[in-house]
Structure formats: structure tokens, C-alpha cells
Ligand binder design. Structure first.
Ligand code: SF4
Length: 501
């Protein structure tokens, strides 16, 4: 009984930026008696179906946007006699789809860290159940990944998770509902051991792939103090203490390491935290800016963010502490107007952010926005490829609309074009070169240009383009750029590196 773990993707780039952590975590959760699992990441190469033989177990992890490809694989490998198990956020929300469309024998809901070994044991005993509840495992039970199974020379960045969950409740985001609002932190020891393993292998850039690296804000503490809630103050302080402990440990790792994470903008007013991030070599962070107007932020329950000039000041604060920002912006919010695209591009350039992504608002399953939209659309008779718009991920890719929810002021094409032109503007060569001025060496600046272009080709053109020719040209460019880019990120292995005490 050979175990295969598959990360489905419609596009293979040959080289990928970030190691898909969940694959290697499930590989670690696979008991030794089954041998090393075959790890298949289709963002590198498509699965070789001939490698699947009757009796094998194929674990397929999917989210909403690769569900369709996952279902194709599930049906194919089932035909070849494999036992098919689905897991991930999407099957947690829609387990029935995996059975109806993906050929599933079983579905795992929630975290797979602990329950995966039970699934395999049941499989071997011939008593596989249809559904397994993985729940939300505590931080101490997070599996460390099997990095020894990574293929050589295919990834640019390592990835290590330090916590799951986010206390916020943004209406477009499913994280707080699926991973919970109570942060579940790993011990600093477990995190550092994994990082050391990755650095030994030559990974210098490491993503701290957390839902929100900054789970306790200064305002949270102030509020708890105002309420005189001693238990809450103590619990918040404990979470915060563990964050600082982790950052102190990261500070002791080799100086050439570079960490990148995701945080909320509120960290900009927490100087102590920013200084600790700087010491910990956290040189970059994705910040969900979402909208540059207060009305836009209110519409998505994210009014803890700043807008306008305050926003520029906050974003610059990160730069002052050596943390370079990847700003994430959403277009298509009900409050957006035709001038929102230019206003956003201007602000992104003025705020000294290094990278930006501009995303068209898509109601994600599991979010508050999706629930409202689904209710509103209940009587809508529209069908594309046989599916209602509220099941857009099942619509064949070539027929799939780019914008789903009707907008009070903009047509779907205006939103699509506005988004595409904002990417074009932000990633024009003169604009990238201007941003590259933060780097002193010419080599470093050229690397910055190359990486900016790669980022744009991988994440913008392939997703927004309406014609398949443009999408496939972009994928081709990304394949070419990815190889030389990888060399810019990796370093000589340090096989003797020890875990600092
Ligand atoms: S968008 Fe970010 S801050 Fe908001 S709930 Fe999701 S993870 Fe938390």
C-alpha cells in the first residue's frame, strides 16, 4: 500500500516559489510502516498517473481554486484502483462534492496532523470510514514537516508555520472561521528546529506561513485593561510573550536568513514588536490593506485598518524598521468607483511598499460575504456550464467568469480591466526601478526587477487574463524567469548548523 500525496494545479511552472508545506506535514504524519510517501506537487510537474497501482492510497489536498483539478485526479486514480482521500479547506466545507465529483472514498475535515495516521490504519484494516474529523489540533501537536523528502533545486523558499488562527473577523476571509479565532502557537523550539533543517539544506528565505503573525495588538491589551478583565489580560500577555520568545530565538539564527510573514497593519503602531521583528530578520510581510478608503474598509469589517494619508504613514513605519511590505488590495468592493484603481496605484507607489497584489473581490466559501451572496442568489436562474454562479469553482475554466457579484457602479469588465491596468502600472519597469532604489548594489536591484516581473507573471497575468493565449504566454514567461530567480534566493548549504540554545 503506497501512499501518494497530491497538490493539484492546472499550471506547472517547473520551479515554484514556496514549498507547499501541507504536503510535507502530511508526509511526516504518515507512519514509517507505510514507507516514504510519494509527494506530488503539480505546480512543478503534472502527476504521472501510471505511478498509481491498485491498493495505493492517494491523499489529495484542495482549496476552492484547485478543487476542479483535484476532482479530475481523484476520478482518474480511483479508476486505477487507488483509495482516494480528500482533505483541506474545501472538502471541510463541501465534503459531499469530493464524493460526487472527485471519486472520494473518504474525506478528512479540519487539520490532518493527527487523524491522517488513523485514516491509513483504517484503510489497511479494510474499515475505512467516509468522514474523519481532524478538528483543530493544539499548537504543541502541529507536525513538523519531512523536509528530507523535498526534491532538490525546485523551490525558492522554505515554509514553516508558527501559529494557526486569527482573532479578527474580516467578512471576505475564511481563516477565522476554519482555523478559529484563538491563536494556536507552536513552541519556539519546534519552529527553530525546522528552520535550522531548512538552512542546512541551503534555504535562506523562509516564509512563516501563519494566518496572522501578530495575534495580539496593543489595542487588544488596552481594551482588556479598560474592561478590568484580568484573565483576558493574562492570556493576551502570554500569547505576546511567546511571540517575543520566538523572535528572540530567530535573532540567534545565521544572519543571512530572511523571513517573511503575514501581519495586520496594527503592528505599525507597536514599535517594540517592529524592533523585535527586525532583530528576528523578518524582512518582509504581507499586509492586507484591502481598500484605501474608510468606506471600503467598513464594508468588509476591516475598519481596524487605516485609510488615506494615515495609511501611507503606517505603511512607511514598517519600512523604517526594515520590514518590506507586500500590500494586498481588493477591487470590486461595493464602495469602489472608476477612480479607485488609479487612487490605489498612486497610494501603493507613495507608501514605499515593495510589492503589491491587486485581487478582484471573489466571495470565498466559508466567509460571511459568501453566505450573504449565496442567500441573495438563491433565486437566480443563471447557469454557466450547468452550474449556478455560487458554485463557480465547478464551472469549466474556459467558461468561468472573472467577476461574480454584481457591483452598484462598475461593470464586471470595468473591474477586470481596472485591476489588470493597476497591475500593469505598479509593475511597469520605471515603477519597479524606482522601488528598487532601496537596494544599494546593482546586482540586488536587478534581482528585485527580475523577482517583481516573476511575481506579476505568476500571480497576475495567469489569473486575470481573459484569453487563454495570454494566460499561457504568461505561464511560459514565468517558467523561464523562475529558474534564474531561484538561484538568487538559495545559498550554500550549512550541513553542520546547530540549533542555537
Ligand atoms: S484577512 Fe487577515 S486579519 Fe482578516 S480574518 Fe483573515 S487572516 Fe485575519
Amino acid at each position: 500500500m503506497r501512499i501518494h500525496l497530491v497538490n493539484p494545479s492546472d499550471i506547472a511552472f517547473g520551479t515554484a516559489v514556496i514549498t507547499p508545506r501541507w504536503l510535507y506535514v502530511l508526509a511526516a504524519a504518515t507512519p514509517a510502516q507505510y514507507g516514504d510517501p510519494a509527494v506530488i506537487d503539480e505546480t512543478l510537474d503534472a502527476i504521472n498517473l501510471d505511478s498509481i497501482v491498485p491498493g495505493d492510497v492517494v491523499g489529495i489536498g484542495i482549496h476552492t481554486f484547485n478543487a476542479l483539478r483535484g476532482y479530475e485526479i481523484g476520478r482518474e486514480v480511483r479508476k486505477r484502483g487507488a483509495v482516494v482521500v480528500f482533505g483541506g479547506i474545501h472538502p471541510t466545507l463541501y465534503p459531499e462534492e469530493s464524493f460526487e465529483l472527485g471519486g472520494a472514498h473518504a474525506v478528512v475535515k479540519g487539520d490532518g496532523d493527527r487523524v491522517w495516521s488513523t485514516v491509513l490504519a483504517d484503510c489497511q484494516a479494510g474499515s475505512l470510514k467516509a468522514t474523519y474529523e481532524g478538528g483543530r489540533v493544539g499548537g504543541a501537536s502541529f507536525q513538523s514537516a519531512r523536509w528530507d523528502l523535498l526534491p532538490a533545486d525546485r523551490y525558492m523558499w522554505g515554509s514553516v508555520q508558527t501559529l494557526r488562527g486569527c482573532p479578527k473577523h474580516c467578512s471576505f476571509c475564511s481563516v477565522w472561521r476554519t482555523d478559529g479565532q484563538q491563536p494556536r502557537q507552536r513552541t519556539a523550539d519546534a519552529v527553530v528546529r525546522e528552520i535550522v533543517e531548512l538552512r542546512r539544506m541551503g534555504f535562506r528565505f523562509i516564509l512563516l506561513s501563519d494566518d496572522n503573525f501578530y495575534p495580539v495588538t496593543v489595542e487588544d491589551l488596552r481594551l482588556a485593561e479598560r474592561q478590568g478583565n484580568t484573565a483576558r489580560i493574562e492570556s493576551l500577555q502570554e500569547i505576546r510573550r511567546e511571540r517575543f520568545e520566538l523572535m528572540d530565538r530567530l535573532a540567534k539564527l545565521p544572519d543571512d536568513l530572511v523571513f517573511y510573514t503575514q501581519i495586520t497593519m496594527e503592528a505599525a503602531e507597536d514599535t517594540e514588536f517592529l524592533k523585535a521583528m527586525n532583530r528576528a530578520k523578518i524582512r518582509g510581510a504581507l499586509v492586507g490593506v484591502e481598500s484605501v478608503t474608510p468606506e471600503g474598509l467598513k464594508s468588509i469589517f476591516k475598519d481596524f485598518n487605516y485609510a488615506g494619508e494615515n495609511l501611507v504613514t503606517r505603511l512607511k513605519e514598517f519600512r523604517k524598521h526594515g520590514v518590506h511590505i507586500l500590500g494586498s488590495f481588493i477591487f470590486g468592493l461595493p464602495t469602489d468607483k472608476s477612480d479607485t484603481f488609479d487612487a490605489t496605484a498612486d497610494l501603493a507607489q507613495r507608501a514605499d511598499i515593495a510589492f503589491a497584489q491587486f485581487i478582484m473581490l471573489t466571495p470565498f466559501p466559508g466567509t460571511v460575504d459568501f453566505a450573504k451572496w449565496e442567500e441573495k442568489m438563491a433565486s437566480d436562474p443563471t447557469r454557466v456550464g450547468g452550474y449556478p454562479l455560487t458554485r463557480f469553482w465547478l464551472i469549466p475554466r474556459e467558461l468561468r467568469p472573472k467577476v461574480y457579484a454584481p457591483h452598484p457602479a462598475l461593470s464586471p469588465e470595468q473591474i477586470r480591466q481596472g485591476t489588470q491596468s493597476t497591475w500593469d502600472r505598479f509593475y511597469s519597469i520605471p515603477a519597479i526601478w524606482e522601488r528598487a532604489s532601496i537596494i544599494k548594489s546593482l546586482r540586488g536591484r536587478l534581482a528585485f526587477v527580475l523577482i517583481s516581473k516573476l511575481y506579476r507573471q505568476m500571480y497576475a497575468n495567469t489569473g486575470i487574463a481573459t484569453d487563454s493565449a495570454r494566460a499561457s504566454r504568461s505561464a511560459q514567461w514565468a517558467r523561464w524567469l523562475a529558474r534564474p530567480c531561484r538561484r538568487l534566493f538559495v545559498a550554500a548549504p550549512m550541513p553542520d548548523l546547530q540549533v542555537p540554545t
